[in-house]
Design a protein around this ligand. Sequence first.
Ligand code: C2E
Ligand code: MG
Ligand code: MG
Length: 954
Amino acid sequence: MSLSRRPFGFSLGRTAVGAVLRGGRTIRGRIFLAFLMLSAITAALGGYAAFGIMTTGALVDKTYDRSLMAINYARAAATDLAMLQAAVARARLAGDSAERRTLEARIEALTQSFEEDLEIAADRAQSERATREAAAAKDAVAHWLAARREFGPDQQTVDVWQALDAHAAVAEQHIDLLINFTAGDGFSYRQTARADVARDVRLSIFATSLAIVLSGIVALLLLRQIVRPVADASTVASRIAAGELTVRVPEGGDDEFGALLRAMAVMRDNIAAMMQEEVAQRRSAQSLLADAVQGSIEGIVVVDAGGCIVLANARAAALLGIDQAEPGHRPLSDARGSAVADALLAMPGHATLTAETHTADGRWLRISRSPTREGGFVAVCSDVSLLKEQEDQLKRSNAQLDAALSNMLQGLCLYDAEGGLLVYNRRFCDMFGVDAAALRPGMSIRDVARLVEASSDNGRAIDLLVEQEALLQRGLSASLCCPIRTDCIVALKQQPTAEGGWIATYEDVTQRYEAEARIITMARKDALTGLANRMVFGERLEEAAAHLDEGAGAGFATLCLDLDRFKEVNDTLGHPIGDGLLRSVAERLQGCLRDTDLVARLGGDEFAIVQAGVQAGTHARRDASALAKRLIAAFQQPFLLDGHTVTVGLSIGISLAPEHGTSPEKLLKSADLALYRAKATGRGCWAFFDEEMDVELRKRRALESDLKKAVGNGEFELVFQPIVKLDRQRIASCEALLRWRHPERGYVSPADFIPLAEETGTIGEIGEWVLRKACSEAATWPSNIRVAVNVSAAQFKNAAVVRAVMDALAASGLPAHRLELEITESVLLNDSVTTLATLHTLKRLGVRVAMDDFGTGFSSLSYLQSFPFDKIKIDQSFVRNLAAPGNSRLIVRSVVGLGRSLGITTTAEGIETEAQLEQLRLEGCDEGQGYLFSRPVPSATIRELVTALGRNAA
Ligand code: C2E
Ligand code: MG
Ligand code: MG
């Protein structure tokens, strides 16, 4: 794999070299070696042939260049000699000296040319003999020319001429020899060349034959090494391919063919294994199929072209009423009478058909027939009784759904994922004035809108549908309201369905809208009195404040009104009378006002008035006072309610705009502050706001914020006052009384800060601290002395008080029966059911509960019945007045008597004198508390006191 990815040359070189190095053991190696050898032989042959040609070329050089050229030059020299002879002769015969000189020059030139030609001829001949003859010829000419000079021109004898000719003849002889030697040597060169060529031809023939033989040997070897194993392998492969998996695969060597043959053996084995596995799988699939057919709850029957049953599973056999064990090829008509056979026989033609039939036992069968290739058919019979039942059910449900849709109060349209109408109801058609017959499933909402447009001229209905279409296109769920006619407002609600479509409901909300409009009007009125409510009052104040800038002198007064003793009326005479009183009050107030003024009920017995057109400045107070006077005077007359004569007073606080402020909030708050002042002054009074009230308010706020920090700063401490058993003068319990040590104000009385803590909600935290501290202190006292803890009404607003008590007991380890909780009637005034439940829970814990300051409220007796108090504490005001003439003594007597009859301990508070003590003893009061015994003292002192007295008691 990695090798094949390498560059081909690299791979080949590497493998070929490797093959050579491995000694040609692989086929590739052998082929490589064989071709290497053949290449080497060819290269040698080529080299040798080139060498032969080069040798032949050299011979040609020698033959042509040298021999022929030498002959040519020798002949040229012979010519030069002949011309020289002629020139010499002429020169000897020339009479004119000028001519002689010319001839002498010519002889000179010819001599030089002769010598040069001879030199070249000797040089090219490359023959020693020729060289010698050339030198001899040269010498002969030299001798000849020398002899010529010896014989002057005047010696013109025959001897001279012969002597000279003899010299010339010697030269000619040498030249002839030169030519002959040159030609002879040329011939011998040619012979040598021929011999060389003949030798080369023989050598080439031999080498070619050798190469052919070697190639034959290589081919033979390749045949033996490759072709035969390939043929064997191919035969084996063909046999394996033909499925002959038992074929013997010959064993190969350790080369590629060996590997190939071994791979083929493995392949053969693998194919055999795979085939075995497949056969096994097919067998199991067949048996599974057979099991499936047999076990199928559907009846399966195969009938051949002749109408005979070829196969029937158990279910089909049962349906056909035949024995499944019977051999096949039984005519289907034999099973006539069975519902399945009858239905199959009744089916026309041979095509695929489905029929349903009803069996004798009341079941429904669905029979599906499909033709087989052999001309018969296969039939599948399914019991569809359940399906039929479901279909019937579905039909019934659909009918019910249709009925529901038709009777729906809302119009409904259901659209599919493509926006085509699926379902709609009659109400939709009625609402939009469309003919139900004109609506078709598949219509788009636009088509529906067109229908609506065509069937009525009401453009507003189309507006709704167009808007709905736009929402649909954006794929938005929506709820929108739109009037589609003057008398019809429709609320559309459109949301996607799980199938990707949309469902839209159209509800006629006209009546609801009208009702809401009425409610909105009512929301501005006080339901009980019909007066304007707080919201309208606020708006009127805003309006009046906004007009302040409009003209000099324009002002108005804000009056806050509170009914005196209204709560008593409500509590004593009941809520219906209370409500009647409020209605009558509203009427009376209204009667005192001008049209431009506004009176509103702010809640409970709180009313407020905006007095318009009050002149700013000194007249303002006069105008507002006049109204206040008028109002208070109107309340002098008692109200007659359901046979009861009721008198209630009115307290009024007044703020003036712009004198006391211009913002509605400030004016209302100022009037409210003034109302507190009016109430404090006495019932049936009015008071104007002044800045001092604001100062008081700020002081109160400062106190509030100090109070919030007081617990964290550890500014609280507890003092304890003993409660004594009057008969034996021993301490029965001690009351824990809270003291606030303010860093600047000094000791602040609980009477001053407890109401504030109640209003601001700090009482919860303070109360928990008191409980924890009192319990842990009491845990150090003798076990027969209890601790009494005051619990405020505000702490009963939730069940936290129970948790606080439990935590305090658990933390201190004080037994529950040693803790006494003192509550006032006010606890029972609010939400008495919850409060009573809380009190009972506390009682179940084992804690004692005392009614504190008894006699100061006005319905105490009923409260005593509602809860099993352990103790009644008679308020100190009665004790104080015991000696004075009046009812105090009688009241004390009756309370003590009541306590005794109910089994409740009575304790008198505020005993300061021996006379008071004596009288209380005479009246039979059980316990007493007061300065006579001890003032409230710090915990260290009380500890000493209770320890000493506890010891005495013991
Ligand atoms: P209270 O529960 O009726 O407590 C008795 C009050 O009468 C105490 O006043 C006590 O000092 C005072 N007193 C006792 N003997 C005499 C006497 O012989 N003559 C006179 N003139 N007064 C006497 P104090 O401590 O100022 O407490 C006033 C009220 O503050 C308590 O009335 C109680 O309602 C409330 N209070 C005190 N501590 C707590 C507290 O921890 N939690 C709550 N929620 N209220 C507390
Ligand atoms: Mg108390
Ligand atoms: Mg008290």
